[in-house]
Design a binder for this molecule. Structure first.
Ligand SMILES: Cc1cc2nc3c(=O)[nH]c(=O)nc-3n(C[C@H](O)[C@H](O)[C@H](O)COP(=O)(O)OP(=O)(O)OC[C@H]3O[C@@H](n4cnc5c(N)ncnc54)[C@H](O)[C@@H]3O)c2cc1C
Length: 311
């Protein structure tokens, strides 16, 4: 219940222009500004520097150029070109070739066909450079269309794209069964958005038990699944299930967000598990940042201390 209220609360705040203006002014301006805890920086150079640091400590990474729900074709085109340029810079920097993107960033809410064209441009460049492209899952109005677009790409032979399933949606279990059969690469998460009753489980226990159920299907039978969580109970359930089935750690990976549970990330690597860190960067960091606050209201104290220190 508390988690639900706080997600709704932070979603409302995320729509506030005044707050966005204030946060944008203070959040990133110094190396120790508060938003830098969760966002690698506003430029590609800063993101690549963060990725290099992670790789030096044995982690892998996926870079996410922030931006979502663009309102015009030209913004969608700019985001697409941004991703094409990002891939060139990743190649030049010789870091791991893995990116994450959102379909609303490529124009899904403007025009579906244009969005598909933009995605194809990214996937073609990605295939040429041996990149993995993860299509993030957004809120529930986009679940079906995101999976349909993924299916279209799959039917057209693109194998370098993967999808995300959210355990708070009851539909994710049948979606997982179907996508596993296809051989698709799946990232499992709990789900970050404020969703209504009837569409998503509201009780954390239901979300967690669905997570474990889908995790078992993925670890037992999916193509290199990603178990994306910071929840020690979910991580323990995964390692125990894999060990019981004799599935080695190289057959799946854990994923965590930049700046969240860095202690756990390091510990898992030390124990021989694969851990990929999701590294967001870019000027449009505010909605992403607000979702992170909604997941853990204690983060607000950390932000307020940062703001007070900076003013
Ligand atoms: C790599 C990755 C990719 C993701 N992609 C998507 C996506 O495409 N679509 C989507 O809807 N969601 C995505 N998410 C977010 C996800 O849905 C959850 O909202 C988020 O991971 C928090 O859930 P949890 O599994 O960590 O468990 P929770 O039960 O929320 O948290 C467990 C513990 O983790 C720690 N923790 C969790 N969140 C935070 C935080 N923000 N700050 C500090 N500590 C925290 C706390 O210690 C908490 O007690 C992604 C998450 C990861 C790790």
């Amino acid at each position: 219940m508390i988690a639900h209220v706080s997600k709704a609360f932070f979603q409302t705040l995320a729509a506030s222009r005044g707050l966005k203006h204030l946060a944008s002014r203070y959040g990133m301006r110094r190396p120790d500004s508060f938003a830098r805890r969760f966002i690698a920086g506003e430029t590609v150079e800063e993101a690549i520097a963060a990725a290099l640091t992670l790789e030096l400590s044995g982690l892998t990474q996926t870079l996410d150029m922030l931006g979502e729900s663009v309102a015009t074709m030209s913004e969608a085109d700019a985001a697409t070109r941004g991703y094409l340029a990002l891939m060139d810079q990743i190649v030049a920097a010789s870091i791991g070739r893995n990116i994450s993107l959102k379909l609303t960033q490529l124009g899904l809410t403007v025009d579906r066909a244009t969005c598909v064209d933009n995605l194809r441009r990214v996937l073609d460049r990605a295939a040429a450079g041996d990149f993995m492209v993860r299509i993030d899952m957004e809120n529930s109005p986009y679940t079906q269309v995101t999976l349909e677009i993924f299916d279209t790409m799959w039917q057209q032979g693109y194998r370098n794209a993967g999808v995300v399933l959210q355990s708070y949606l009851p539909r994710s279990l049948p979606d997982a069964v179907r996508l596993i059969e296809l051989g698709a690469r799946i990232r499992l998460v709990k789900g970050a958005y404020n969703e209504p009753t009837g569409i998503a489980y509201q009780d954390k226990r239901d979300v967690d038990s669905a997570f474990v159920e889908i995790m078992k299907l993925l670890v037992a039978g999916a193509n290199y699944p990603a178990i994306a969580t910071h929840d020690p109970a979910m991580i323990a359930a995964t390692r125990e299930f894999a060990a019981r089935r004799g599935i080695p750690p190289a057959r799946y990976e854990y994923q965590m967000l930049y700046g969240v549970r860095r202690d756990l990330q390091a510990r898992l690597v030390a124990e021989g598990y694969r851990v990929r860190v999701y590294v967001p960067f870019g000027r449009e960091w505010f909605p992403y940042f607000m979702r992170r606050l909604g997941e853990r209201p204690a983060n607000v104290g950390f932000v307020l201390r940062g703001i007070l220190r900076e003013r």
